[in-house]
Design a protein around this ligand. Structure first.
Ligand code: IPE
Length: 250
């Protein structure tokens, strides 16, 4: 029998949740702390990933780095890597202060370190990674979402959660009442491209969610700095968007 109790939850702390997206290099400490305290309340085993927000995206844009092309700007590579490491230190510190025992693995090493990830989790540590600049036959940005997709394939988690600023996926970004509760591939609304985003914005995020759902894993989009996050992890009714895992149905 499968031991579902031991299965972890993969959570992406979105850049728009943990930073002030319109203010370069500004951590949204309040939202970050609240999201982390919700993770603590829900009390399960996690694999955590955070995004870049006004750290990574700002710097990547400044030096023209993206997830779809390679860069030769050594200044851009270094500066973007530096600000992501800085943001990671904030996340790490707040996790520690809330009682987690996080251990950062930058994505450059993560994909060769799944045994390390498992060892960490077995010992009660929380593996943490983040969107970053990686060498991939040339330097490019890897988004936190891309990392999550790989992690989901390997770890086969109980669920994948995108903790975001918005209450879920909205049909109309300006209207919080236009929440899509049950997101299906065939009836996708057209999303406006984000103002600044070097990794494909909400559209790419949703594509990744469908790819994960095809592994049979539920993917949830929920407001990260609210109790809805803890409810979603605990399997209680919550306000947010669900992409139902669907391996057996297709
Ligand atoms: C972006 O990661 C990383 C860099 C720009 C270096 P994400 O694409 O996952 O970040 P958010 O969550 O959208 O801010």
């Amino acid at each position: 029998m499968e031991d579902t109790e031991l299965k972890e939850v993969i959570v992406k702390l979105g850049g728009s949740l943990i930073t002030h997206k319109d203010k370069p290099m500004s951590v949204n400490v309040k939202s970050l702390k609240r999201a982390v305290s919700m993770l603590k309340i829900a009390n399960t085993r996690y694999f955590l990933v955070h995004g870049g927000g006004s750290f990574g995206h700002f710097m990547a844009l400044r030096f023209n780095l993206s997830s779809t092309s390679k860069t030769t700007s050594i200044e851009g590579i270094s500066e973007t890597k530096a600000v992501m490491q800085e943001l990671n230190s904030w996340v790490l510190r707040i996790l520690v202060n809330e009682g987690f025992r996080p251990y950062t693995i930058p994505p450059q090493f993560l994909f060769k370190s799944w045994n390390l990830v498992r060892s960490l989790m077995e010992r009660g540590l929380t593996p943490l990674s983040y969107g970053d600049v990686i060498w991939d036959r040339g330097f490019r940005i890897i988004s936190g979402d891309e990392i999550i997709k790989e992690a989901a394939k390997i770890l086969k988690p109980k669920m994948v959660i995108f903790a975001m600023r918005a209450p879920g996926i909205l049909e109309n970004v300006e209207d919080e009442n236009s929440l899509i509760k049950d997101l299906k591939e065939k009836k996708l609304p057209s999303f406006k491209p984000a103002q600044y985003d070097v990794t494909g914005g909400i559209r790419r995020k949703i594509e990744i969610a469908f790819e994960i759902a095809k592994l049979g894993i539920d993917v949830i989009f929920v407001k990260g700095d609210s109790e809805e996050l803890a409810k979603a992890i605990k399997g209680l009714p919550f306000r947010g968007t669900v992409v139902k895992g669907c391996r057996d149905l297709e």
